[in-house]
Design a protein around this ligand. Sequence first.
Ligand SMILES: Nc1ncnc2c1ncn2[C@@H]1O[C@H](COP(=O)(O)OP(=O)(O)OP(=O)(O)O)[C@@H](O)[C@H]1O
Length: 443
Amino acid sequence: MKRVNIIGHSYDSFLCEQLRRKEIYADYYSVDDLARFDYECHLLLLDLRENEQVSWAETAIRKLHKSTLILVLIDRQQLKIQSVQQLIGQHAWDYHTAPFEIDRLVRLMGHALGVIRIRLQCSDSHRHSPASKVKSEVIIKSPAMLELAKNVQRAAPTDIPILVRGESGTGKELIAKKIHNQSGRSFGPFVVVNCGSLTSGVVQSELFGHEKGSFTGAVNQHKGKISQANNGTLFLDEVGDLPLDQQVNLLRFLQEGTFDSVGGTTPQSSNVRIVAATHIDLEEAIELGNFRLDLFYRLNGITIELPPLRERKEDIIPLASHFCQKYAKEYSVGECKLSKEAYYAMMQHEWAGNVRELINRIRRAVLLCENSMIQIQDLELEETIVQPCFAQGLKTIKDEVEKHALVTAIQKHNGKMDIVANDLQISRATLYRLIDKHEIYAV
Ligand SMILES: Nc1ncnc2c1ncn2[C@@H]1O[C@H](COP(=O)(O)OP(=O)(O)OP(=O)(O)O)[C@@H](O)[C@H]1O
């Protein structure tokens, strides 16, 4: 659905309804209600019909960003008025004379929106070097995550809602930022709402905003996160924890594109792309009656499922190295390395807290380690114990040769498992099975 802001003398329900039928959502502000208008729009229709005085329109135009496209709607006879001519000549991108023909008006708006889109794309490629985007450096080496990155790249440029699922600390928010950065909205804001940390009343005002005086303590008007995310991405973190009574309001916004602020009397709109994340089992929450099925369908245009770190072991060491470097630089302690024991302990650890846990252990270890070498105790990990193999005949000799080949290849390639597997001409799955079989926790 397309959107246009209209300023006019008084609310014209007929015009708004006609536009709505053509899938254009009109946010109408009457001259008396301009305090509500935030002047941050791309397309503005100035409805000057039956207005002799246009001074209010000139005042409004002065507050607009100079890139806003202005269309003017006037009565034919107004074209003869000098102030109207001036206003059109100086500020309007185009005008339309009443009685309006809805199809012509819609075509005009469609054209204006097209121009805006092209302008934004051009200014985006000029203005936005990677440094100006939301920070989202993602370390990825495992096949599962490389596949996931491909899906993110495919889905990001569309406006399809994305549901990111995964255990806590797997990188859901980071992926949401990546989606934003790879979308046409990267020039706009990336706004995060943590649905889990707020009570129902607070969530409503946080998401939808509130009007001055709408409740005790509402001393000023507050712009909600949905409005703040206009032309950008709204990231609904822990959406599974959104209180049930607020789920219906969110659903209405997702279906109709409109919402009411707390204490507000006119529906508002905002052009946002929704990315939601959850670590809870939403299907189970639906069965238990804690989450709405219709909202689930609305949010779940595409699902991106982040595997836990223990299921993508190839990412562990690259992540550890990255954060070693990062914190060594941050704490000015010189380059740090992982000892072989630390390395294997990391590969064996369960990582219940996923990447967040890895970051915490590495950060602490970088500070605590001696001689720039991170040991198991610096990471506060369990020492992995190598069980001896008992030699018994040919089978044992074969086993010993196999183990020796594995250990040698792992040492030679510094633990890079994909290269080790390649060198030994076995699949990665077989390599891990053999590492488990021989209990190779340290080399
Ligand atoms: N692949 C990755 N590369 C680099 N950093 C990562 C990666 N994955 C996660 N991180 C980092 O790990 C930390 C946790 O990630 P994030 O907050 O995105 O996880 P989450 O799944 O949203 O967690 P929660 O469910 O607890 O909100 C962040 O500091 C993030 O930058």
